[in-house]
Design a protein around this ligand. Structure first.
Ligand code: HAM
Length: 430
């Protein structure tokens, strides 16, 4: 029978790597709490319409990458509907904001999430079909200050702090403004007009995008197209006064906080809901991501709530690709030092097994990490297992149980010491 494997583009995360995932998530929770964020958990599947309306029908995500199915109803009261595994979490958070009337408090909502997302992309290093995002959204009615440039800068400063605290080296913040919902259509028209006479000389993708979604032409990585793209109109020249001023305030606040950024006029991002500020953090080549160097992305979405039938609720947020963050930390730190258990208990003979378990219970309750061998192991096998798993080993034989004096072998120091059982936990902790 053929053996079963994880589905292409999905993967199992195993120890000891999961310890790093937990450290990253614990750091995110700790940092985000200092900025007043609370956790939100939304369902992993939603109606297909949410993403079609929120993320946009014309985007790659919605048009090509979603896992969508017709969910059969089970009764007349339970009609069938089209459902989709979430490809991102912003639309779900804004839906929840509307559904639970979070606007009613009049306060700014600061919400973060950690969870899997699903996109049917071509799998490669740093790109999976199930991947994890750590994200956050700040939104609320305009009178809560949700459209203030202060919030954009606060979110970016928080990200800089988070990456620094984790020890990510060499990150780079690319920043842009894509303007308001009225600036953007004017720019798209200008882009279309400028592309019309030159598109025939561009790659196939650009030729198609010039018609369907001209903004995406700016993402093209084909070397031959770069000169043409650089000569296209820049969004900065199409911003109205309010958007221009908003962007200037974001940059001034970042300058004041000492957060370095590079303005990238071509950074328009692949989701339709963005308005004004957009950004991406990348890491240098050789940071373990292959060609996927975008560690995280985000931006402002001042019209998203209304697109989903809700009240006006400007907002800004980001999502970090957690898989990519882990790859980066692993590549930058080299092989992480394996964390070993405090002690391995080796019972001599199966008759000592129960007593070994009792000693392990005592030590674990005292906060130590402990593995127990098995009395049927030969001494040599116990030594090998202990050396692999733990920093120290205790041999538990008949004499030790009778006398209450235990021998602790420390592998790194190459020493053996005799310790009364009553002092054991304290000694091992020291
Ligand atoms: P996004 O740029 O589509 O934005 O995704 C954010 C991050 O998720 C990317 O920078 C990348 O690190 C990671 N990512 C995306 N696709 C994959 C994949 N197939 N495999 C591994 N990692 C991936 C959003 O999702 C927006 N919801 C961000 C946002 C929040 N904007 C405002 N609020």
């Amino acid at each position: 029978m053929a053996t079963l494997k994880a589905v292409r583009g999905t993967r199992d995360l195993l120890p000891p790597e999961t310890a790093l995932w937990n450290r990253v998530e614990a750091t995110a929770r700790a940092v985000f709490a200092r900025y007043g964020f609370g956790e939100i958990r939304t369902p992993i599947f939603e109606t297909t319409e949410l993403f079609a309306r929120g993320v946009g029908e014309e985007t790659d995500i919605v048009s090509k990458e979603m896992y969508t199915w017709e969910d059969r109803g089970r009764a007349d009261s339970d009609k069938g509907q089209s459902l989709t595994l979430r490809p991102e979490n912003t639309a779900g958070v804004v839906r929840a904001y509307i559904e639970h009337g979070l606007a009613d408090s009049g306060l700014l909502q600061k919400l973060f999430y950690i969870g899997p997302q699903f996109r049917r992309e071509r799998p490669q290093r740093g790109r999976y079909r199930q991947f994890w995002q750590i994200g956050a959204e700040v939104l609320g009615p305009a009178w809560s200050g949700s459209d203030s440039a202060l919030r954009d800068a606060e979110v970016l400063e928080m990200l800089a702090t988070f990456l620094d605290e984790l020890g990510v080296k060499g990150w780079r913040l690319a920043l842009n403004s894509v303007g308001s919902s009225t600036d953007r259509p004017r720019y798209v028209e200008a882009l279309k007009a400028a592309l019309a006479p030159v598109k025939a000389g561009m790659c196939e993708n650009c030729q198609r995008r010039a018609e369907t979604n001209p903004l995406r032409v700016l993402d093209c990585k084909e070397a031959e197209d770069q000169a043409t793209i650089d000569a296209l109109p820049k969004i900065a020249d199409y911003l109205d006064d309010a958007s221009r001023e908003h962007f200037a305030l974001v940059k001034a606040a970042l300058d004041a906080c000492g957060v370095a950024y590079v303005v990238e006029p071509r950074l328009v991002r692949g989701l339709d809901y963005y308005t004004r500020t957009t950004f991406e953090f990348t890491v240098p080549d050789g940071s373990g991501l292959g060609t996927q160097n975008a560690l995280l992305g985000g931006g402002r979405y001042d019209g998203l709530s209304e697109m989903l039938g809700g009240p006006k609720a400007p907002g800004i947020g980001f999502a970090i690709g957690e898989d990519r963050l882990i790859l980066t930390l692993q590549a930058q730190a080299g092989e992480a030092a394996e964390k070993k258990l405090d002690v391995f208990i080796a019972p001599m003979g199966v008759a000592r097994n129960a007593e070994a378990l009792r000693l392990a219970q005592e030590l674990r309750r005292a906060g130590l990490s402990v593995e127990v061998g098995d009395g049927f192991f030969r001494l040599k096998k116990s030594f090998e297992a202990a050396d692999k798993l733990a920093r120290r080993m205790i041999i538990l034989g008949e004499d030790e149980v009778a006398s209450g004096i235990l021998t602790v072998k420390d592998f790194a120091a190459g020493e053996q010491t005799k310790v009364p059982r009553s002092e054991l936990a304290a000694v091992l902790r020291g």
